[in-house]
Design a protein around this ligand. Structure first.
Ligand SMILES: Cc1ncc(COP(=O)(O)O)c(C=O)c1O
Length: 389
């Protein structure tokens, strides 16, 4: 049964029951599948039958997880990967040829930048970047060999918003593949396919798992493009493990209720920070003071779980703030039940030259809070005492 409600699809999309009539999908921890006879095996390898052959190609648990994400994103087809980065890498490796060109937002996840700057150039694939407030420069970056426009929104860690409809229109006009990394928003808050995205990538490690347990990734979108990604991946082996797929599919059942509460807590945290004397500014998409507030309201259901703010006093104040945190976690992940605090300028982005760092909104005192599901009073009290000490 298909429902127009994402909450129902996330729960009721389920693989066929076994002879035991289990209510909740079991775990298929098997690397391969058996054939009835020689003819069944021949027809299966000739792709005349849709069936499981080997878990690098497909597995009931990964199929259930992928089908749920497809329904939630409004996509035709997908493939699940061992991590978000294996989804990003395999998607580009499957679709691009040597000498191709990519146009990307400058504000993207660090490892994706490393892929564009250091790894794809091995095949002479080059990337041109646009700043998030200069979308009108994109068309001037297009070359005869340009294949893809790539972006993330909201951005990490500065929580800026990009106009997805505008990007989609440019991609369509120039016949480019439009790819969005949607892991900050999740399909519950934002469905990029509605704005013209051909492919949507997720690090399922973030809010999809939501409990900081497993790595995973997924790419969903148009059937033709996914077929290329599937053939590449079936032969090169970046597949998601059945166990992680089982965990992630269960997690999706509660994604809408979890994300609702994450956003509720994040708005409370952002409102508290905005009124605090130790803070220069706060960036949260659903705060009226956010520079792209109207755009965020247009393309997102709620503001997400990440709040960025600038502490007064720069690098040193940021380091002192991290040291004063008592309850919350200092960790590299985000989208966990546990609130996580990071100070990019002294940690994840410390090796980047200051002028480049500032171009993507990462000021010296910028703190990123991935707001979790603890009681908001406890989250706010810990931030308050750390700001005051
Ligand atoms: C926006 C974004 N994309 C991709 C990734 C990579 O995901 P993974 O760590 O699952 O490989 C991350 C990880 O932090 C991320 O924040």
């Amino acid at each position: 049964m298909n429902s127009k409600h994402i909450e129902t699809e996330a729960i009721r999309t389920q693989i066929e029951r076994s002879q035991y009539l289990e209510h909740s999908s079991p775990l298929f921890l098997t690397s391969s599948y058996v054939f009835e006879d020689a003819e069944d095996m021949r027809a299966s390898f000739a792709d005349e039958k849709q069936r499981n052959i080997y878990s690098r190609y497909s597995n009931p648990n990964t199929s259930e997880f992928v089908e749920k994400v497809c329904k939630m994103e409004g996509a035709e087809r997908g493939y699940a990967f061992a991590s978000g980065m294996s989804a990003v890498f395999s998607t580009f490796a499957a679709l691009l040829n040597s000498d191709d060109h990519v146009i990307s937002s400058r504000s993207i996840f660090g490892s994706t930048q490393t892929l564009f700057n250091n790894i794809l150039p091995k095949w002479n694939i080059s990337t041109s970047y646009f700043k998030i407030d200069e979308l009108d420069t994109i068309e001037s970056l297009i070359q005869p060999n340009t294949k893809v426009i790539y972006a993330e929104s909201p951005t990490n860690p500065a929580v800026d918003i990009l106009d997805l409809q505008r990007l989609g229109d440019i991609a369509k006009k120039h016949n480019l593949i439009f790819i969005i990394d949607n892991c900050f928003a999740t399909p519950y808050l934002q469905q990029p396919i509605k704005f013209g995205a051909d492919l949507v990538i997720h690090s399922a490690t973030k809010l999809m798992d939501g409990q900081g347990r497993v790595l995973g990734g997924v790419t969903v979108g148009s059937g033709d493009l996914i077929q290329k990604i599937y053939l590449f991946s079936r032969n090169t082996g970046p597949a998601l493990s059945p166990f992680n797929a089982w965990v992630l599919s269960k997690s999706l059942e509660t994604l809408p209720v979890r994300v609702d509460r994450h956003c509720d807590n994040a708005l409370k945290v952002a409102t508290f920070l905005e009124a605090n004397d130790h803070v220069n500014f706060v960036k949260y998409p659903f705060l009226k003071s956010h520079p792209q507030y109207e755009l965020a309201k247009k393309q997102m259901k709620l503001g997400g779980n990440v709040v960025a703010f600038e502490i007064k006093g720069g690098i040193e104040a940021g380091r002192k703030f991290l040291n004063a945190i008592k309850l919350l976690s200092l960790s590299a992940n985000l989208g966990d039940t546990r609130t996580i605090v990071t100070h990019p300028a002294s940690t994840t982005h410390a090796k980047i030259p200051e002028d480049v760092r500032l171009e993507t909104g990462i000021t010296s005192g910028l703190i990123r809070v991935s707001v979790g599901l603890e009681h908001p009073e406890d989250i706010i009290n810990d931030l308050k005492q750390a700001l005051e000490n």
